[in-house]
Design a protein around this ligand. Structure first.
Ligand SMILES: [Zn+2]
Length: 141
C-alpha cells in the first residue's frame, strides 16, 4: 500500500472530505457530505453558510442599486392602490429594502417609489410575518 494511502487509513483522512470555507479570493469550493456529518456540526455549518450567502445577497443588491439609479421599477407597481405598472423611475426611491426575501427565499433588493407605495409595502411585510407566525403556531399546536 502506498505510504500516503496508509497514512490516510491510519488517521481516517480521505474517507470524508472536510468542509472547505477558507477560500482563496474569487473561488468557492464547498464539499460536504450532509447525510453523514454530525447533526450539531452540520447545523453550525449550515447556519454559517446561510449567513454568508445572505451577506453576499445584501452586498450584491447594494452594488446593483448603486449601478441602477436610473430606470428602476417600483416593487409595488400594479398592486392595489399603488402606482401603475410600466413606470420607470430615476433618482432616490422613497424606500429601499436590501433584505427583501422572494418567495424562493433569495434576497432581492426592493425599491419603492412613494410614501403611499412604501406604507403598502410595509403593510405587506407585516401581513407576511403575521401569516408565518400563525402558520408556525398552528404547526406547533
Ligand atoms: Zn410605487
Amino acid at each position: 500500500m502506498p505510504r500516503a494511502a496508509q497514512r490516510g487509513k491510519e488517521t481516517g483522512a480521505g474517507t470524508q472530505p472536510p468542509p472547505v470555507l477558507a477560500l482563496p479570493a474569487q473561488m468557492i469550493e464547498i464539499r460536504v457530505d450532509w447525510s453523514k456529518m454530525d447533526m450539531v456540526e452540520a447545523r453550525l455549518w449550515y447556519q454559517r453558510l446561510k449567513l454568508e450567502f445572505e451577506n453576499a445577497g445584501r452586498i450584491l443588491n447594494a452594488r446593483a442599486c448603486k449601478l441602477e439609479s436610473e430606470n428602476w421599477t417600483c416593487y409595488m407597481a400594479g398592486k392595489p392602490k399603488c402606482c401603475p405598472k410600466g413606470i420607470k423611475h430615476s433618482g432616490i426611491p422613497r424606500g429601499t429594502d436590501l433584505e427583501h426575501k422572494n418567495s424562493d427565499g433569495l434576497i432581492k433588493a426592493v425599491r419603492v417609489c412613494s410614501e403611499n407605495c412604501w406604507i403598502r409595502y410595509q403593510d405587506e411585510r407585516i401581513t407576511e410575518r403575521r401569516n408565518a407566525y400563525l402558520a408556525e403556531a398552528a404547526a406547533n399546536g
